[in-house]
Design a protein around this ligand. Structure first.
Ligand code: PRP
Length: 179
């Protein structure tokens, strides 16, 4: 698995530092509130688990399963929601937790669906925002890293469902996904 990685972009230590900082910011900004943290599975699972432990507030957690890539490295452009949140969203302060913003097609469709449930507030925390050089349909409120447009895997990010368990974010070698 490690042999398929061209270079490590963000080490485990660098990630932990950035996630802690973000947790502290959310703790400050949501003081006196009980936010609902909504993890967008599967990619955000590692980031989510680390982030919620850095938020020193009462909060609730829930999970949503959203897919737009499947087994391909290209977005299908369509969002499929395979699991809706169980928590009542109406009137709550919701923070959607995503692993990556690429085309932002997923997030845009997700925010549209969630806003129809009338939350009191709706914000987005993204682990990694890709700097694609064009305007995204929606932006994140909180971001850990901004990166160039490389094929990244690890810390929840996959290629064809693999590499999610790498404890760092790395660039996948081209020959792995360009066959
Ligand atoms: C990935 C990722 C984001 C989305 C970002 O999800 O987790 O949800 O793609 O891409 P976009 O900004 O171009 O829409 P994917 O559909 O691969 O599912 P996964 O989370 O299970 O990996």
């Amino acid at each position: 698995m490690e042999h398929d990685i061209e270079k490590v972009l963000y080490s485990g230590e660098k990630i932990a530092e950035a996630v802690k900082k973000l947790g502290e910011q959310i703790t400050r900004e949501y003081k006196g509130k009980v936010p609902v943290l909504l993890c967008v599975l599967k990619g955000a699972s590692l980031f989510f688990a680390d982030l919620i432990r850095e938020i020193k507030l009462q909060c609730e957690v829930d999970f949503i399963i959203a897919k737009s890539y499947g087994m391909s490295s290209q977005t299908s452009g369509k969002l499929r929601i395979l699991k809706e949140p169980d928590v009542e969203i109406a009137g709550r302060d919701v923070i959607v937790v995503e692993d990556i913003l690429d085309t932002a097609v997923t997030l845009s469709a997700l925010l549209h669906t969630l806003s129809e449930k009338q939350p009191a507030s709706l914000k987005v925390a993204v682990f990694l925002d890709k700097n694609l050089g064009y305007k995204k349909p929606v932006n994140a409120d909180y971001t850990c890293f901004i990166s160039e447009n490389e094929f990244l895997v690890g810390y929840g990010l996959d290629y064809a469902e693999r590499y999610r368990n790498l404890p760092y974010v790395g660039v996948l070698k081209r020959d792995i996904y360009q066959n």
